[in-house]
Structure formats: C-alpha cells, structure tokens
Design a protein around this ligand. Structure first.
Ligand code: NAI
Length: 332
C-alpha cells in the first residue's frame, strides 16, 4: 500500500466538513489504496467541538485513516500537505454587507496562502470551498507564489451537480445519462449554467441536450435561474446552507483532479484564467476542464453565442469587481 498523504480540511468543526471527512477517510476521494493523515484546522474556540469530530473519526475504525491532527495553527495544518480543502470561512451574519464578508474572508485566505507557501508540498492541490470561493482562491494563490497557480481551484462542482440533476429530472433519465453541462464564471448568482454543449444518452443514442429538451426558453430562463438560486432555496428551507451536497461536490472535484476525467467528459472548476474564451486573466473563473495526470486543461473551441457571451461577460465583471475590493482590503 502507498505511503500516507497529508490532507488538510479547514473549517473542520463545521457542517460541510462533517459530511466531507467520512468520504476522505473511507477512500472515496483519493482511492481505496491511498492511506491519509488528516490535518483538521479550525479556530481556537472550536477546538472542543473538533475533539468530538476526532473521536468520531476514531470510531469509524477505518484502515485508510492514519494520523488525525486537530489544530488551530496553520503551520501545523499545512505541513507537507498534498491536498487541501479550504472550507473554513467567516459566515455571513445578519446586517453584514457583502463587502464586510469579503474583507473578513480575504484576510483568512491571505494567512492560509502564506502558510501553504511556507509549509505545504509544492505540488499541493488546493480546493477552495469557503465563500466567496473564486476570489478567496485567487488571494490564496497570490500569497503562495512558490506554488504554481494551476494548483489553486475554486468549487463550482455543486452548481454543476445541481444542473446535471435538474436536466436529468427534466428529461426523465438517470443522472449519469447527462454529461458535459458547464458552469461558467463565479460561484454566485451571476454564474452561467450552460446546457448548450451537454449530451444526454437516451435508449436511442446520444443527443444534444438542447435538442432533447426542445425548449430554449426554459434552458435560457427557468433552468439558469433555478441553478443560480438553488443555494438560496436550500437556505430558505433548511435555515442552514447546503452541506451534504457541498461536501459531496468537494469530494467529486478533488477525486477528478486526483484520478482524472473519463474520455469525452469534462467537469467545471474555478481556475486562474489564462484568457481562454476572452475572459480577463488573473481572475478565478469556472471553465469546463479535462484532467489527466493531475493536470487540468481548459476545454477549447466551444462556440459561444451572443446570449452566452453576455452571461460570461457579466460574471467576469463581477469577479473583477471582487478582485478590486479584495485588493483594497489587502492594501489597508
Ligand atoms: P460552518 O459555519 O458550519 O463551518 C465553518 C467553519 O469554519 C467553522 O467551524 C468556523 O469556526 C471555521 N473557520 C472560520 N474561520 C476559520 C479560519 N480562519 N480557519 C479555519 N477555520 C475557520 O459553515 P459550512 O456550512 O461548513 O460552510 C463553509 C463555507 O463553505 C462557507 O463559506 C459557505 O458559504 C461555503 N459554501 C460554499 C459552497 C460552494 O459551492 N463553493 C457551497 C456551500 C457552502
């Protein structure tokens, strides 16, 4: 069996981590042959809660799980890390402006970027889940200059999974029959869930989703809005944000990054823009990617119609605004 790898989960006493940790310990992300050491980072007031999580991890009695280290010290958490799930973030409190939230979180991701730079492996794979995820990933990468930019990603996989499930329901097929739906842009309500390049596998063969749905008004209207607002709908019903589905999506994202995508299939990830599709460079933008040997490649050459262009521009503009706000906080 392979040597254990160090896997960091921040926000480890929180609700997403609670669903994520079992997947990691059970081998459903890094594979059944890969033992792991878990480094659990949270803030000092959460250390007692974290002890309870550690007890439960012990009680899972799983072979793949070797050391478990709860800590409030980023230097301890990120030491020799091979993979990091940056879930911990300041939640939005009542009366808090978006800017206040951004300001609190940007500072957290600066500290964690610096710690990754100093202590983690140079090939560490970093997945940012904590919101605003795209801009947090950008800041984190900026403060970890010794680690390649390609090693920092933001999670839009939950949006992709939501979109895939919504299309499968609309077409009355199982969810794995739908592939290659894309999430473009920010993990926010400006994201563009795009089904125009997706395929559905029907008993009669593969068909483009727009042809199978045969209702462009729905695909460009109700479908897009449903995915953009799904997170808010879960909060309204549950009085808490999506946790089980967010944890599953984080596992999906990291597993594909670690193990690779299957031929002909692509997945969406927030990655540092290289200018593909005319998107400004130096923002973390969600693109369709394929992955091989731990490296992703942005899928090139998809036709972008006028409707899509406007959506891509709007979400890119929001990300540029977030970057400017983040920079102004960091300059203070
Ligand atoms: P939660 O509030 O249950 O847990 C967050 C944890 O982070 C808490 O234990 C808190 O103490 C910890 N934390 C705060 N500051 C920290 C720091 N500096 N270092 C380490 N830990 C720290 O929140 P939940 O539900 O687990 O969500 C976590 C984040 O994920 C939120 O920002 C949420 O908005 C985001 N999210 C992102 C999604 C996505 O699709 N990208 C989907 C759902 C949630």
């Amino acid at each position: 069996m392979a040597e254990p790898i160090n896997v960091v989960v921040t926000g480890a006493a929180g609700q997403i981590a609670y669903s994520l940790l079992y997947q990691l310990a059970a081998g459903s992300v890094f594979g059944p042959e890969q033992p792991i050491n878990l480094r659990l980072l949270d803030i000092p007031p959460m250390m007692e809660v974290l002890q309870g999580v550690v007890m439960e991890l012990d009680d899972l009695a799983l072979n793949l799980l070797r050391e478990v280290t709860p800590t409030a010290d980023p230097a301890v958490a990120f030491k020799d890390a091979a993979a990091a799930f940056l879930v911990g973030a300041m939640p939005r409190k009542q009366g808090m402006e978006r800017k206040d939230l951004l300001s609190a979180n940007v500072k957290i991701f600066k500290v964690q970027g610096e710690a990754l730079d100093k202590f983690a492996r140079k090939d560490v794979k970093v997945l940012v889940v904590g919101n605003p995820a795209n801009t947090n990933a950008l800041i984190c990468s900026h403060y970890a200059p010794s680690i390649p930019k390609e090693n920092f990603t933001a999670m839009t996989r939950l949006d992709q999974n939501r979109a895939q499930a919504a299309l499968a329901a609309r077409l009355s097929v199982q969810v794995d029959r739908v592939q290659n739906v894309i999430i473009w842009g920010n993990h926010s309500s400006t994201q563009y869930p795009d089904a125009h390049h997706a395929l559905v596998h029907l008993p009669t063969g593969a068909k483009p989703v727009p042809e199978a749905v045969n209702d462009d008004a729905w695909l460009n209207g109700e479908f897009v809005e449903k995915i953009q607002k799904r997170g808010a709908a879960v909060i309204a019903a549950r009085k808490m944000s999506s946790a089980m589905s967010a944890a599953k999506a984080a596992g999906d994202h990291m597993r594909d990054w670690w193990i690779g995508t299957r031929p002909g299939k692509w997945v969406s990830m927030g990655v540092v823009s290289d200018g593909s599709y005319g998107i400004p460079k130096d923002i973390v933008f969600s693109f369709p990617v394929t992955i091989k040997d731990h490296q992703f490649k942005i899928v090139q050459g998809l036709p972008i119609n006028e409707f899509a262009r406007a959506k891509l521009n709007a979400t890119a503009k929001e990300l540029e605004e977030e970057r400017a706000e983040a920079n102004s906080v960091l300059e203070q």
